[in-house]
Design a protein around this ligand. Structure first.
Ligand SMILES: O=C(O)CCC(=O)C(=O)O
Ligand SMILES: [Fe+2]
Length: 346
């Protein structure tokens, strides 16, 4: 149960910063894997140095441009692409999703476009507004999604190495089609100072899949992580000691990796609070990596996980709407959580 202070939002415009490691994943070896594993055990979060991934500043800029064009469309156009419950694909407007229904009286401030996986022919399985399709948005999103999948695959292989799983592809081979994986473009409108509730950009929650990649823009902070003592800590967009022309990629684990490791890895609670000083809208892009729909929530055959033992009675995986009780498959878990966190679906 969340403490009352943790349940309030926007209390502090400058939260203490969490010191997450910045990891270079160029080398696919035990040493790198151990850094990844240790960060996920301790924080559930880490930074990847972008230069060690397929993401270039051009690819990121192009994807953020697609995002800006999609959000700039008239409301009526956006509503024609309203999110579908069965697929979790499409557009959702401000205040429609409530990530922490037990503690939020108003919906999350954000608006979002969810793009599900591409089919075998490299085409989106959902509509795209003509205005952006004409400018090559599908191609840009595909390139972005390919880079996300490759990055997640590498992180999953590093984890298997560090957990000393005999089959190094144990995690990665559980990923593929069909899955609930989503590229999510997000826009958090700058809040009006007068609106007390405007700062709940995204309510407290853990993520539902296996891994999450988060891309942020310089000068647009907002993400906060709840530490082991229950205190909210800010996540810098560009942490100290980070060089290069693009911010590092924030990576966190979701509920599924917590289940697969009997709770050794933490699907850490986080939220987005817009600083009161923010003058511009915040844009972020998230990739939710999900395993294949029918994958079971079983433990990975690793002595590191076995040595930790089973989860205690009082240990739970996940936080936020729909996290109570254990589902049997990846899809069942995702559907439970989505049903609990969406207010109005068309
Ligand atoms: O926009 C962000 O910084 C994070 C969003 C997030 O946590 C989510 O969409 O699950
Ligand atoms: Fe999240």
């Amino acid at each position: 149960m969340e403490s009352s202070s943790a349940a309030k939002f926007g209390q502090c415009d400058n939260p203490e910063i969490i010191d997450l490691p910045i990891i270079d994943i160029t080398e696919l070896d035990y040493k790198t894997g151990k850094k990844v594993l240790d960060a996920f055990v301790t924080y559930g979060f880490l930074y990847l140095s972008t230069g060690s991934t397929p993401f270039t500043s051009s690819l990121l800029q192009r994807t953020f441009n697609v995002s800006a064009s999609l959000f700039a469309l008239p409301s009526d156009t956006k509503r024609n692409f309203w999110i579908e419950s069965a697929t979790n694909r499409g557009y959702t407007g401000e205040r429609n999703e409530i990530l922490d229904p037990a503690h939020q009286s108003a919906g999350d401030l954000k608006e979002a476009w969810n793009f599900g996986e591409f089919n075998v022919n490299g085409r989106l399985q959902q509509g795209l507004p003509a205005e952006v399709a004409e400018r090559g948005a599908e191609r840009e999103l595909k390139e972005f999604e390919d880079a996300c999948r490759a990055t997640c695959e590498r992180v999953l292989e590093l984890l298997a190495l560090a957990l000393e799983v005999e089959d190094k592809s144990w995690f990665s081979k559980r990923h593929g089609r069909p899955s609930g994986s989503i590229v999510r473009l997000l826009r958090y409108p700058a809040q009006k100072q007068s609106d007390e509730k405007a700062d709940v950009g995204a309510g407290a929650h853990s993520d539902y899949g296996s891994l999450t990649l988060l891309f942020q823009r310089q000068g647009q902070r907002g993400l906060e992580v709840r530490d082991n003592e229950g205190a909210w800590k800010g996540v810098e967009v560009v942490p100290k000691g980070c060089s290069g022309d693009v911010p590092p990629i924030v990576v966190n684990i979701g509920d599924l990796l917590s289940y697969w490791t009997n709770g050794l890895l933490k699907s850490t609670v986080h939220r987005v609070i817009l600083p009161k000083s923010a003058e511009e809208d915040r844009y972020s892009i998230v990739y939710f990596c999900h395993p294949k729909d029918d994958e079971g929530l079983v433990a990975v055959p690793s002595h590191v996980v076995r040595d930790r033992g089973d989860m205690n009675e009082d240990e739970t995986v996940g936080y936020g709407g729909g996290s109570q009780g254990k589902a049997l498959t990846a899809k069942e878990h995702l559907m439970r959580r989505l049903e609990a966190t969406y207010g109005t679906r068309k």
